[in-house]
Structure formats: C-alpha cells, structure tokens
Write a protein that binds this ligand. Structure first.
Ligand code: NAD
Length: 367
C-alpha cells in the first residue's frame, strides 16, 4: 500500500475540525490566509450567547496546523467560561497566527489579520496574547475597531499583564484562606513557573508580602533579571513536580497538571496564570481533589486581563478595573467552599456556575 493510499484512508476516518477532541460545539471557526504577507491564522468563536467573543491573538511557530487548531479550540472555549464566571457580557473567542513572532510579525501581516477580524463585524474582538504586544494592537486598530488592549496614548488600557497578575494573587490568597485559614502568604514557599509579563508581576506581589519565592523559566536571562530585581531563588533542579512547596504557580504553559505530574506534585495549592492548566479537566481535577490539593481554577483567577480590556468597551475606569479584579478573591473563596460542600472538583464548581449563567441568558434571549 502506498503512503498516499494510507493517508487518504486515515483522512477519511478523521473529521478534521468538528471531529477534533477539543471541538466543543464552537459556533464558527475562520481560517485566514494571505499569500502576500504570509499570514496563516485561525479565529475560533466558541460561544456568543453573553456577548461578542473576546479573546487574545497568540502568535506561535506551531509544529503543524493540528496543533494550532487544537490551541485555538481549547483557548476560545476557555474564554467563554472565563467571561461567564467573571460576570462579563462577553462570549468566548481566540485567534492564533502560525509563525514566529520574533521574525515573521510585520505591520502588513498584522493589518491583514485585522482585516479578517473586521470582516466578522464585531462578532469577534481581539486583544493581545503570547507573542503579541500592545503596539501590535495599535497597528490592528488602524484597520478595525474590533480590537482591545491598545496603548494608553491611543486611548487604550495598556498591557493586561499587571492586572492579570493581581487577579492571580487575589485568587492565590483566597485559596490560602481556604486551605490554611489565613490569606497571609508570608513565609509560604511559592514556586512560580514562567516569569514572563505575568509571572514577574506576580513575583513582585509575593515578595512584597514576604513569601519565600522560587522561580523557574527556560530563559536564563529572564531568571537572572528577576532574581537581581527581587532577590528570589532560581530553581536549580530538574523536576519541579517533586519539590516540597506550599504553592505551585504555573505561569508559563497549559496542561502542566497531567498524567505524569498529578500524582507527584507536592503542593498544597495550585494557583497560577496559565490557561488550561489541567490536561484533562475532570480526571485531573478529581485526582487533585482526592489528594487534598486546592486548585484555584485558572479561568477564574486569571481573568484580570479580560476585566482590563473590557473597560475599553464599557468605559469604566482604573478604579473599577481594580475593584472587579480584587473581587476574584471573593469569587474564588465562594467557589472553593461550594466545591467542598457539594463534593465537586473546584474546576467543575466554577464551570457549572459559568455554564448556568450562559444557559439562563440563552433562555432569556429566546423568549
Ligand atoms: P509570556 O510569554 O510573557 O511569559 C511566559 C514565560 O514562560 C516566558 O518567560 C517563557 O520563557 C516561560 N516558559 C515557556 N516555557 C516554559 C517552560 N517549559 N518552563 C518554564 N518556563 C517556560 O506570557 P505571559 O503574558 O506572562 O502569560 C503567561 C501565561 O498566562 C500564558 O499561559 C498566558 O496564556 C496566560 N495568561 C496571560 C494573561 C495576560 O494578561 N498576559 C491573561 C490570562 C492568561
């Protein structure tokens, strides 16, 4: 049998989009291509019941299109529940651009991408994510109003990362209150994995509170930079999941709680900024629950960024942004208690509330 025949047979068995494991009744998936600028992008619109689908654009050199599609499906779904649990009138969407942000991102490519966003007439509103910056949003704004997170000089709210970090800090404190009876993090051993824009800001909050912080990153320069700024410890081992710690703060990649790590992790609490921290939400959420590890749901505690950009649409000020973000503390505590009372995983407790809000609005909309 030739490889061509095998491939065509395999393809006939796999539904390339609607059959993907990460496909979860997404409303619309838009594939964008432009030969002149080299743009290859996918916009995922998961759900627009609560409002327009808002979510950042991520630019990464994905190994293949499957990886990119899988990422946009998972991330856009996550945005639906993040906005719903935070009480925002927004749906869930996300976009990925396939390419290296350092070498392939040009103003022309960004504008072409902006034109695709514009063609959706506001059903999807973009923002920054990994590989994108505030200045990139300013460029996209030249061709479409359906973008948030522009520079403050252009009337935007600037980078979402400091607000995201503040929300994660609030969620972490709530988890500590739940686990230890006090939210004071002084002397707590916290491992921050990934010290990019959010991770570094989180380190600052933790150091100010007197926590005992260890940082891990694949970027040695960043590690040295953050150590010299805050006097924290750089992780020198090879397997962070076997270290004794009080709090694990994943602030780099998703799916770090997986079959390989979930039984080894020696933390009391997981609270970090990364999206989709549980490789399999139900299974790994349940194992954490059984092991007595308090997991502060990622989509709940990392919502500071979306609260920040939502201000551009709703015209609320900095004070209101901070008030809404600080409220992540109360919501997290309520959800952790709700999970305990109802014997649910913390992920499911948060997810059920978000889902119910969407279902209620759907019923109201259809009246
Ligand atoms: P970033 O790109 O600025 O930082 C990520 C950091 O993680 C980098 O320093 C990188 O070197 C490091 N890293 C990558 N792989 C690693 C690995 N295997 N081990 C250790 N470190 C590794 O990203 P960011 O804006 O700080 O966001 C961090 C995470 O939080 C991302 O998953 C992002 O999707 C999520 N998030 C960010 C925001 C926001 O406002 N920026 C909002 C919500 C969620």
């Amino acid at each position: 049998m030739t490889s061509e025949v095998i491939n065509s047979q395999d393809l006939s068995k796999v539904d390339p989009v609607f059959g993907q494991a990460s496909f979860d009744n997404h409303e619309q998936i838009v594939f964008c291509n432009d030969k002149d600028t080299g743009l290859k992008a996918i916009i995922g619109i998961h759900n627009t019941v609560l409002g327009p689908a808002l979510g950042g654009t991520r630019m990464l050199p994905y190994n293949n299109e499957w990886e990119a599609l899988n990422d946009v499906l998972r991330l856009s779904r996550g945005m639906t529940f993040k906005s719903a649990i935070t009480g925002l009138n927004l749906g869930g969407g996300k976009a990925v651009i396939i390419g290296d942000a350092k070498t392939q991102k040009t103003p022309e490519l960004l504008k072409r991408f902006g034109e695709f966003v514009h063609s959706l007439n506001g059903k999807y509103i973009t923002a920054e994510d990994v590989g994108m910056h505030t200045e990139d949003m300013d460029i996209i704004r030249e061709v479409t109003p359906y973008v948030t997170g522009m520079s403050e000089t252009k009337g935007g709210v600037g980078s979402p990362s400091p607000i995201t970090a503040y929300g994660v800090f609030m969620g972490m404190k709530a988890a500590a209150k739940f686990k230890y009876g006090t939210d004071i993090l002084e002397d707590k051993k916290v491992y921050v994995q990934g010290i990019g824009s959010v991770g570094e800001e989180l380190v600052e909050h933790l150091v100010n509170e007197g926590a005992d912080v260890t940082i891990a990153d694949i970027n040695q320069e960043r590690l040295e930079e953050v150590r010299s700024k805050y006097g924290v410890i750089i992780y020198g081992g090879h397997d962070i999941y076997t270290e004794d710690m009080d709090i694990y703060a994943p602030c780099a990649l998703g799916a770090t709680i997986n079959d390989d790590t979930v039984y080894r992790l020696k933390a009391d609490i997981i609270a970090g900024a990364a999206n989709n921290q549980l490789a399999e939400e139900s299974k790994h959420g349940r194992i954490l629950q059984e092991r007595g590890i308090v997991y502060a749901p990622d989509f709940l505690i990392n919502a500071g960024g979306i609260i920040n950009v939502y201000a551009e649409l709703e015209n609320y000020d900095r004070q209101e942004i901070m008030r809404k973000t600080e409220n992540i503390y109360n919501t997290t505590l309520e959800i952790l208690e709700n999970a305990k009372i109802n014997n649910l995983t913390t992920h499911n407790a948060a997810f059920n509330i978000a889902k119910e809000r969407i279902e209620t609005r759907k019923r109201e909309n259809s009246k």
